[in-house]
Design a protein around this ligand. Structure first.
Ligand SMILES: [Zn+2]
Ligand SMILES: [Zn+2]
Ligand SMILES: [Zn+2]
Length: 96
């Protein structure tokens, strides 16, 4: 099992595009937790949410890296490597 992600160079200096799952907000749906795409700043909902928009965003865009957008959580996850990790000195985001 790999313990390093080779996609970190794709992570940019992103700004969260929304304070909630932008796709759920559009349709009026509910979410459980939020994930932030570290390539483009898309905010989507987690796999415990009915619509799984963060994973859907990976499939539609190919952006492999997300970070938790929950207060107090700063872990990252790479879909391609199926790997969770933390980034030393990385930018941490939380929705208001
Ligand atoms: Zn990776
Ligand atoms: Zn959603
Ligand atoms: Zn993205």
């Amino acid at each position: 099992m790999s313990d390093t992600c080779t996609h970190l160079d794709q992570a940019g200096d992103v700004q969260p595009s929304s304070t909630g799952c932008e796709d759920c907000l559009r349709t009026g749906d509910q979410w459980v937790h939020l994930r932030l795409c570290m390539v483009c700043g898309h905010v989507g909902c987690c796999d415990s949410s009915p619509n799984k928009h963060a994973t859907a965003h990976f499939h539609s865009s190919g952006h492999p890296l997300i970070q938790s957008y929950e207060p107090g959580e700063d872990w990252w996850f790479c879909y391609v490597d199926d790997l969770g990790f933390e980034v030393e000195g990385g930018h941490s985001f939380a929705h208001p």
